[in-house]
Design a binder for this molecule. Sequence first.
Ligand code: TYM
Length: 346
Amino acid sequence: MTTQELVFSGVQPTGNLHLGNYLGAIVNFVKLQESHNCIYCVVDMHAITVWQDPADLTKATREVAAAFIAAGIDPREHIVFNQSQVSGHAELAWVFNCVARLGWLNRMTQFKEKAGKDRENASVGLYAYPNLMAADILVYRATHVPVGEDQKQHLELARDIAQKFNNDFSNEIRDNGFGAGQFFPQPEPLITGPATRVMSLRDGTKKMSKSDPSDYSRINLSDDADAIAQKIRKAKTDPEPLPGEEKGLESRPEADNLVGIYAALSGRSKADLLREFGGGQFSNFKANLVDLAVEKLGPVGAEMKRLTADPGYVDSVLIDGADRARVLADRTMNHVKDIVGFIRRR
Ligand code: TYM
């Protein structure tokens, strides 16, 4: 691994963090600390693309930061901060608003889902959201981005934006001492592990999400042992026993999801689990999954609670992280301003 590689990722402070966020993203953030320099951001500016009660936003921002730390991210060795404290994100996003094409944004499926039928009434921010996301990554010229499957299309857009900027300004990029067309890297999505798309516990065809009206559809990181147990026991299944092999999970979305969650929490493969549980009823499998989930998630939830009880500490982590992030972002922004032709103080 070369020292040039840099990891960046973000999580929105909107509502409850759930098992999908944890297994699809945060667990991978923790692992990557061993091999890379990492920057993990609580993306509060993304959150306000849909209405957020200001007091709730503050609280949720601290909660996501607490979840990062509780899960094992070291904010001294790496960088943990909230997006709005580093102005480079917004500055680069504006430049990218002028690089990205309307046609590119029109293809974004997440905008279509979130805006729904009342598209005319969606905020401009919700529409331009993927440009800000590209700016988050590229303002650090980050090379690797751990995310869940649902962010893949946004990452592809970030790559297109990086490439168009590099092409549009190739002469200036060369004049500023970079290889022609080589200013921004092509950020690589890291979508890894058995839980890149954790599904709802009530409907195996729908993604586990913060916005599902049923709290039984998801396990929140803040859930206590009783809530975790109840939600897993009530999770939808089908009447068949568990299959002995992975291909038997095809067209059984709820079974597939629960086995995937077990695999991700235990670090075992689905095939290995099905050798143990195949042919058996869900009740036994679920009882084991409850024990495992409580063992793995209980301590994270408890530590989150302890940390959020001390908002002064969490804020100090975010401020310190932002101070270090700003140095890096400003360095990129100075180059961007020179490349684009903006006058600045030297
Ligand atoms: P957000 O806040 O919706 O989700 C945070 C992370 O959790 C992953 N995730 C899931 N993974 C598996 N199964 C699920 N059901 C599930 N639900 C969510 C997401 O893929 C994500 O990795 N736009 C981003 C935040 C963002 C960002 C960035 C990410 C802003 N700027 C720059 C990477 C780089 C988002 O809304 O994630």
